[in-house]
Design a protein around this ligand. Structure first.
Ligand code: HEM
Length: 120
């Protein structure tokens, strides 16, 4: 059940990020709406909380947890690059966006393989 919530928050978080980016390029004035400023923080907090709940539920810290450290580290980069994406324009924006997407995909693969070095 929590895993379904976790996966749903991931999809909502990604769509809200891409949606805000599209709005920023097409209708930037809409981003000033209070709901569009607050909602992403609520969604990302719920995503993090669902992840932490899964860690506790699966007692992951008492087994092999390097993949969880990798996930959280990549999440910090994902959020940071997301902030850069929304605050810049032009090439810098698209490079930051590509980096954020790479982190997102990495987090997803690490979640499934439970191996931070799956690419080696
Ligand atoms: C953008 C952020 C995140 C993405 C894309 C993501 C992705 C995923 C995916 C795809 C799964 C399902 C894996 C499977 O069923 O094989 C999963 C499960 C899980 N995630 Fe996340 N996650 C994110 C954030 C987090 C965070 C921040 C934490 C920890 C604080 C976390 C902890 C977990 C745990 C413990 C599981 C359950 C693993 C299992 O029971 O097999 N996740 N995540």
């Amino acid at each position: 059940m929590i895993k379904i919530l976790h996966l749903s928050f991931i999809l909502i978080s990604l769509s809200s990020f891409v949606g805000r980016l599209v709005l920023s390029e097409t209708r930037p004035e809409l981003l000033k709406l209070k709901i569009l400023k607050i909602a992403p923080h609520i969604i990302d907090t719920l995503l993090l909380l669902s992840g932490i709940t899964l860690v506790i539920q699966g007692a992951w810290l008492s087994t092999e947890y390097s993949w969880i450290i990798a996930k959280i580290t990549a999440l910090v980069f994902y959020i940071g690059l997301g902030v850069v994406t929304m605050r810049t324009r032009g090439t810098k924006r698209w490079l930051a966006f590509a980096g954020a997407m790479a982190c997102f995909v990495y987090i997803g693969i690490v979640a499934v393989t439970k191996d931070p070095f799956f690419f080696i």
